[in-house]
Write a protein that binds this ligand. Structure first.
Ligand code: ATP
Ligand code: MN
Ligand code: MN
Length: 299
């Protein structure tokens, strides 16, 4: 496997006290990336990624035999992740409680990778108060075949409409097909308020421009349109976290971008786990991405 220049320039892996077994195991058959490559990626981007991961309940996409084999979405712990992956009990709908996972350091990230994790997804709330969300996400899911430019335009529309309401927003390429518009929020309101705002906002967009947007999951209604997926904003839902790798063809990653950069993007997956050095370089221009002190307005 060729070593790309980006890879050669990657900073040396910090001292992270987690042993990665089977480093040579191929996890991404199309690009040949191994478990070791994935571990090195997460070790390198941990300083960029951890601010968005720390102290949030997380779900993992694990593919222990590689992405071409069986993968599963894991919310709860079977007690096998070790000392760096912590537990928080969260009340379930049925009144019981389940232990969710969270982490707050690079060792935690790497412990998950050791267990076959490719993707990290997070709640929109932190473990010290899981009933008070701290960010809203509009997950733009374009219909198959729709030009990525349409997705960029949609993200810009959402940005503008939220700016009208006094809200600062940020864009992230999902590493898959779409863009996530991220709205950081001060904690205070509850999940019902959160979900209700997100639903009404998405419905207003689709009512204003029914040829471009839908606010319901129905695949049939999505034809040629973009689904503004507001369902990421309910209690218990997760969204892929910034800098997470994706269990998709050629090991792409979810990447924060500036609004200016977004305009020039050709796809939602321009970066992959081989690009750690590049991601670190460009993060300097993204200072402050994903953070803003603002409250949900009354609408
Ligand atoms: P894309 O841009 O390709 O849509 P995405 O990450 O936005 O990538 P979606 O299918 O839109 O993918 O999913 C949105 C979010 O829903 C995911 O990021 C994830 O957190 C959550 N999700 C996906 N699959 C599951 C699952 N099986 N169980 C629970 N939550 C899931
Ligand atoms: Mn999506
Ligand atoms: Mn979605």
């Amino acid at each position: 496997r060729a070593v790309t220049p980006e890879k050669a320039q990657a900073p040396p892996r910090a001292e992270i006290a987690v042993k990665i077994s089977n480093r040579e195991r191929v996890i991404f058959p199309e690009s040949g990336n191994s478990k070791g490559d994935l571990a090195d990626y997460y070790a390198a981007v941990a300083p960029l990624m951890l601010p968005f991961v720390t102290n949030r309940p997380i779900s993992l996409v694990r593919c222990p035999q590689g992405r071409a084999k069986k993968c599963f979405f894991q919310k709860h712990d079977s007690g096998t992740f070790g000392e760096h992956v912590h537990h928080v009990p969260i009340r379930e709908k049925d009144g019981g409680a389940e232990d969710y996972l969270y982490l707050n350091d690079a060792e935690g990230l790497l412990s998950c990778v050791q267990m076959g994790t490719i993707e990290f997804h997070g709640w929109a709330a932190r473990v010290d108060d899981v009933e008070r969300p701290d960010r809203m996400i509009f997950d733009l899911d374009p219909d198959e075949g729709l030009d990525f430019k349409e997705c960029i335009r949609a993200a810009g529309d959402i940005r503008a409409r939220l700016a009208d309401l006094g809200l600062v927003t940020f864009a992230m390429l999902s590493g898959g097909k779409g863009v996530h518009v991220v709205v950081p929020l001060k904690r205070g309101h509850d999940w019902d308020t959160h979900k209700d705002f997100a639903r009404r906002f998405a419905e207003a967009m689709s009512l204003a421009e029914p040829d471009r947007y839908v606010a319901t999951m129905s695949k049939a209604r999505r034809k040629g349109r973009i689904f503004i997926d507001w369902l990421r904003n309910q209690r218990g839902a997760t969204a892929v976290l910034p800098y997470s790798a994706r269990s998709r063809d050629r090991a792409p990653v979810a990447v924060p971008v500036s609004w200016d950069e977004l305009d020039g993007m050709k796809t939602a997956h321009p970066f992959s786990i081989g690009d750690a050095a590049e991601l670190i370089r460009r993060s300097e221009r993204l200072h402050g991405w994903g953070f803003a002190e603002q409250r949900l307005p009354e609408i």
